[in-house]
Design a binder for this molecule. Structure first.
Ligand SMILES: *Cc1c(COP(=O)(O)O)cnc(C)c1O
Length: 382
C-alpha cells in the first residue's frame, strides 16, 4: 500500500473513508441524539455531552472540510452568515476591522450596521490596492482583516499571501471568505490565512437544498477556542440532518466545481465583445485586473461565477434576465443549476454594484445550452 496521503478528490468522494463503524455501511448513520449518557462513574465515555456543542454527524462534515483545507480544525454553523458572524463575536468596543469595499452584500451590511453598533470600527478598502490597506492598518487595534476572493459580484481578486503578511505585521489575523474559490481551486491557509470561511450553502453542498457555513482554522489557538466556545454557548451549530446532506453533496465536489468552472470560462470567452455587452467580468479572462494573481493563487481553474454588464443599463439587464429559458432567475450560487440575477435589485439603493450588472452562477448543465440561451436572451433584447 502507498503511504502517500490521499488526494483531495479521494477525501471528498469517500468522506474521509470512514464508513459506519457498527454496521459496516459505506455511509455513516445520521446521529440525531441531542444528549448523551454518562457512565456510572459520572464520566462521558466518548466526550460527547449535549447536542449544542457536540454532534458526530456535524463533526464528520467539519472533518472533511478541515482535511480539504489543510486546517487544524473546523466548525460548522447553521448558515454561512452564522459562521462569518462568529469570527467577530469576541471583538469589543474600540477594536478595528478591515473589510473589502465590494464584497458579499449581507455580510458587508452586517459589518457596517451591527458590528459598528457594538463600538467596533470598520474600514472598507479596495483590497487590490496595497497602499489602501496599509493606510488603515492600525497596530494593536486592528484585530481582523477580512477578504473575499474572488469577491462578489465583480470577482475582484485579492492576493492572500500579501494581505496575510501585512495583517500579521500589524498583529491582526486574516480571515478569507473562500466560498467562490472553493477548496478545489484555493487553499487560503497554505497562503498564510488564519481562518477560512465557506458558505457551505453554495459549492460545498452544491444542490441548493442546505443552508450551512464552515470555518476552518490553521491552528487550534486561543482565538479558535473562543470562536468554538461562542458557538457552543450561542447555539448556531449545524444540525445533523443538514450535515449529512452536506457530506453527501461534498462527495461530488471536485467533479461539479471543475465542470462548472470550465463552462464559466467558455461562457466568459464566448460573450467577450458581444455587441450588447459592455464588459464580461471573470478572473479567467486575461484582461481581468486580477488575472495574474488568480493564475498564481487559484490552482486549476478560476471558479464558476461571472458577471455581464449589459448595454442599456438596469432596464436592459433586467430584460435579458427576463428572456432566459434555461438559466433560473434566482439569487444564490454554487448549485448544479445555473442562476442569473440582476444584482443591484437584490442589494438596494446603497449598492456599490453597477446597475447594468447580471450575476451568473454557472451550474453543470451542457455549456452549449447555457450559451445558446444567453445568446437568444441578448438578441431578443436588441
Ligand atoms: C452566500 C454567501 C455568504 C453567506 O452564506 P449563507 O449560507 O447564505 O448564510 C457569504 N459569503 C459568500 C461569498 C456567499 O456567497
Amino acid at each position: 500500500m502507498s503511504n502517500k496521503p490521499p488526494h483531495p478528490e479521494t477525501i471528498s468522494a469517500q468522506a474521509l473513508g470512514q464508513g459506519d463503524v457498527p454496521s459496516g455501511g459505506l455511509v455513516q448513520a445520521i446521529h440525531v441524539a441531542t444528549t448523551y449518557e454518562r457512565d456510572a462513574d459520572n464520566q462521558y465515555p466518548n466526550g460527547l455531552i449535549y447536542g449544542r456543542p457536540h454532534n458526530p454527524t456535524t463533526r464528520l462534515a467539519e472533518n472533511v472540510v478541515a482535511a480539504l483545507e489543510g486546517g487544524a480544525g473546523a466548525l460548522a454553523f447553521a448558515s454561512g452568515m452564522a459562521a462569518a458572524v462568529a469570527v467577530f463575536e469576541n471583538l469589543t468596543n474600540g477594536d478595528h476591522v478591515i473589510a473589502p469595499k465590494v464584497m458579499y452584500w449581507a455580510l458587508r451590511d452586517w459589518l457596517a450596521v451591527r458590528l459598528v453598533a457594538r463600538g467596533v470600527k470598520v474600514s472598507f478598502v479596495d483590497m487590490s490596492d496595497p497602499a489602501a490597506l496599509e493606510a488603515v492598518l492600525a497596530k494593536g487595534s486592528t484585530k481582523i482583516v477580512w477578504i473575499e476572493t474572488p469577491a462578489n459580484p465583480l470577482w475582484t481578486i485579492t492576493d492572500i499571501a500579501r494581505v496575510a503578511n501585512k495583517a500579521h505585521g500589524a498583529g491582526a489575523i486574516l480571515v478569507v471568505d473562500s466560498t467562490v474559490a472553493t477548496p478545489v481551486f484555493t487553499n487560503p491557509l497554505a497562503l498564510g490565512a488564519d481562518i477560512v470561511m465557506h458558505s457551505a450553502t453554495k459549492y460545498l453542498n452544491g444542490h441548493s437544498d442546505v443552508l450551512a457555513g464552515i470555518l476552518v482554522t490553521r491552528e487550534a489557538d486561543e482565538i479558535w477556542e473562543k470562536i468554538s466556545s461562542a458557538r457552543a454557548s450561542g447555539g448556531a451549530i449545524l444540525g445533523p440532518q443538514q450535515a449529512a446532506l452536506l457530506v453527501r453533496g461534498m462527495r461530488t465536489l471536485h467533479l461539479r466545481v471543475r465542470s462548472a468552472s470550465e463552462a464559466a470560462l467558455k461562457i466568459a470567452a464566448h460573450f467577450e465583445g458581444h455587441p450588447n455587452i459592455v464588459e464580461v467580468l471573470y478572473p479567467g479572462l486575461e484582461n481581468h485586473p486580477g488575472h495574474d494573481i488568480a493564475v498564481r493563487q487559484m490552482q486549476g481553474g478560476f471558479g464558476a461565477m461571472l458577471s455581464l454588464r449589459i448595454k442599456g443599463g438596469a432596464a436592459a439587464a433586467i430584460q435579458v434576465a427576463a428572456n432566459v429559458k434555461i438559466w433560473k432567475r434566482a439569487t444564490s450560487l454554487g448549485g448544479v443549476e445555473s442562476l442569473i440575477e440582476h444584482r443591484a435589485s437584490m442589494e438596494g439603493p446603497s449598492t456599490p454594484v453597477p446597475e447594468d450588472l447580471l450575476r451568473l452562477s454557472v451550474g453543470v448543465e451542457h455549456v452549449e445550452d447555457l450559451i445558446g440561451d444567453l445568446q437568444q436572451a441578448l438578441a431578443a433584447d436588441a
